[in-house]
Design a protein around this ligand. Structure first.
Ligand SMILES: Cc1cc2nc3c(=O)[nH]c(=O)nc-3n(C[C@H](O)[C@H](O)[C@H](O)COP(=O)(O)OP(=O)(O)OC[C@H]3O[C@@H](n4cnc5c(N)ncnc54)[C@H](O)[C@@H]3O)c2cc1C
Length: 338
């Protein structure tokens, strides 16, 4: 059977906050977008890593949950009816004879567009996992790498491993939700923010959570669902903990994945761009949001929104070289749905 071909003006790779907002800025100047994301839902890091955490530096929102920000962004772009290819990774890039790009996903879906905007953030998320033989056996029954909803752990016994901000922040938060939280770290010193380290020490001293430093999780066990986590300390003695959940928070290993083979100028795991319009070294391909690199780059949502706004202006000129684009405020022009 012949594969369906999706055609659009800007093909956005990555449906994180920056990719989604691109649809809005493009829509204002009548450019249509389609988004591809390897995850099954839009939202990128906000939806996958920290949907229930409040963000404080989105202009106009003194405080907003990351998940709510994504819901609002999706509502904001709805008038422009973006297409989505979700749960599929953008893999192969081809230049067509008519000058457009063709991107094929891991699911075999073919997309064609004159412009590609890579908003791939950290790349395809791959959590760093501890080297435990039977880890995979419990990945759907007690081992989580990302905390999406703290309520899942209400009244449960939770073992968190890690020494960075994520492990500290979630230990603090879950100590007020779970029946018992144990934080395990292989070193004495934590890497996270000083106030979080102090808070964790204070909670442990008050008996509101357990803390095991110089320890590593050496085995996990259970019958169908996780029941026990065993720690081994520096002196090689073992400590057994009853556990409903084991959450190793060792960070995400950034992987550009297939995008690394697209002929783009790279700086380790990011794509070098011209900060004038966020174009890459490959004609018709832009990179915006966390995935790009230029002098002074800040990996903030706010900065990604700005980059998306300037990028679509440049893309317009590429898509319609003979058309003049006049700048208009939304207060004057409104939002005109497709
Ligand atoms: C715990 C935490 C707290 C944070 N707090 C703040 C904060 O307070 N304020 C702030 O401004 N920022 C914060 N950030 C950073 C913020 O989340 C990022 O700047 C933002 O998510 C970047 O958006 P993005 O759209 O560029 O990329 P992402 O959100 O990373 O989305 C990229 C998407 O691209 C997809 N993708 C990648 N490669 C492919 C491919 N080949 N094919 C298909 N899909 C692909 C991924 O699956 C992902 O969904 C925080 C981050 C974390 C982890």
């Amino acid at each position: 059977m012949e594969k369906k071909v999706i055609e659009t003006d800007i093909l956005i790779i990555g449906a994180g906050p920056v990719g989604i907002f691109t649809v809005f800025e493009a829509g204002l100047i009548k450019i249509k977008c389609h988004l591809i994301d390897a995850l099954p839902m839009p939202g990128g890091q906000c939806a996958e890593i920290y949907p229930k955490k409040p963000i404080y530096d989105i202009p106009g929102y003194p405080e907003i949950l990351a998940g709510d920000l994504i819901d609002n962004l999706l509502k904001q772009v709805d008038p422009f009816k973006p297409g989505f290819t979700l749960g599929e990774r953008a893999e192969n890039l081809n230049k067509l004879e008519d000058g457009r790009w063709e991107v094929t996903t891991s699911g075999g879906t073919i997309h064609r567009a004159p412009v590609i905007a890579i908003a791939g953030g950290l790349g395809c998320f791959e959590p760093r996992k501890p080297p435990l033989e039977n880890l995979i056996d419990f990945e759907k029954s007690g081992v989580d790498y990302i905390i999406k909803d703290p309520e899942k752990y209400r009244g449960k016994k939770v073992v968190i491993a890690g020494g960075g901000d994520s492990a500290l922040d979630w230990s603090i938060l879950l100590s007020g939700v779970a029946e018992r939280v144990a934080l395990v770290h292989r070193r004495e010193q934590f890497r996270g923010a000083l106030d979080s380290v102090e808070k964790v020490h204070s909670l442990a001293t008050q008996g509101k959570m357990d803390m095991f430093t110089n320890c590593q999780v050496s085995s996990i066990n259970g019958n169908g669902h996780l029941q026990k986590v065993t720690l081994t300390n520096k002196e090689k003695s073992q400590i057994d903990l009853d556990a409903d959940y084991f959450i190793p928070l060792f960070g995400l290993s950034p992987k550009l994945g297939p995008l690394a083979n697209w002929g783009l100028s790279l700086d380790s795991n990011s794509i070098n761009v011209d900060p004038l319009d966020y174009s890459t070294n490959v004609e018709g391909i832009y990179a915006i949001g966390d995935i790009n690199n230029y002098p002074g780059k800040l990996k903030l949502i706010l900065c990604g929104f700005h980059e998306a706004t300037l990028m679509v202006q440049s893309a317009f000129k590429r898509i319609y070289p003979d058309k003049h684009l006049s700048f208009k405020y939304t207060t004057v022009n409104g939002v005109n749905p497709f």
